[in-house]
Design a protein around this ligand. Structure first.
Ligand code: ZN
Ligand code: ZN
Length: 257
């Protein structure tokens, strides 16, 4: 009888300790949604144009917007100037590649937002070359076939705010770090999530588990830990191109200034 009482006391004591432990656990942050963006990915950026700095729980990406590849949009006396390869002479937009300044500050561990956000006209991400990523907007309307015919092989052209990309680069034998139907990193979107080419390194092919923004959580060549990232949507745009990002952001957008 006495032994049973001692046992009961011991059990109650253990229960008390366990419940105290549980209370402590629930008091700790439970938001494990944001996995840190793998720092190895930032090695893929054009170091002569892009500066990456890490401070606390923020990453700052700054760019002078000067790409490390050839284009007919360079001024003719520039070493990287080439005659148009894929751009039609009549479609070339006015303006040249000029030095500019873009800065994006994102969390080191971006989280998915409770609702998605539409993107607008202007820079919505920064590519590995340092050139801003645009969606399908071109001024008050969307890109037309006429405008698109002036895109260079890298998928860019000039606008009132400078040189920018709308579509995936095309393989014409020119050298660049840009993705062309592969799993290379395209850049980082304004919500802090990375965007890769149409293929995913985790499977070696086009992802089949993408959400409404063709984002998913998997490993990539930059990390063995799965994290959320986008892929260029593998659908033909304007009969022959691949639009870089015509979908919503699934995180919280930050200003690209
Ligand atoms: Zn444009
Ligand atoms: Zn992927």
């Amino acid at each position: 009888m006495k032994k049973n009482i001692i046992t009961l006391f011991l059990l109650l004591s253990i229960g008390f300790i366990v419940s105290c432990g549980s209370d402590d656990d629930t008091a700790e942050p439970t938001d494990s949604d944001g996995v840190s963006t793998p720092t190895a990915a930032f090695d893929d950026f054009n170091q002569s144009a892009v500066t990456i700095s890490f401070s606390g729980d923020e990453i700052t990406i700054s760019s002078n917007a000067l790409p490390n590849h050839t284009s007919p949009y360079w001024t003719q006396n520039d070493d990287l100037y080439i005659n148009p390869i894929v751009a039609s002479a009549g479609g070339i937009s006015p303006g040249n590649i000029t030095e500019s300044s873009y800065t994006l500050v994102v969390p080191t561990a971006p989280s998915l937002a409770s609702s998605s956000s539409e993107t607008g006209l202007g820079a919505i991400g920064l590519s590995v070359t340092g050139v801003p990523i645009y969606n399908q907007s071109e001024g008050p309307t969307d890109v037309t076939e006429g405008t698109a015919s002036g895109f260079d092989w890298a998928g860019g052209h000039s606008g009132p705010t400078g040189y920018h990309y709308h579509i995936e680069a095309r393989d014409v034998g020119e050298t660049s770090p840009l993705t062309i139907d592969d799993d290379r990193l395209l850049g980082i979107m304004s919500d802090g999530f990375l965007i890769y080419g149409r293929k995913c390194n985790s499977t070696g092919t086009y992802p089949s588990d993408g959400d409404a923004s063709n984002g998913h959580t998997s490993t990539t060549q930059h990390s063995d830990e799965a994290f959320y990232h986008y892929h260029i949507v593998n659908e033909i745009y304007l009969n022959q191109y691949y639009l870089l990002f015509g979908v919503d952001l699934q995180g919280t957008p930050n200003m690209i200034m």
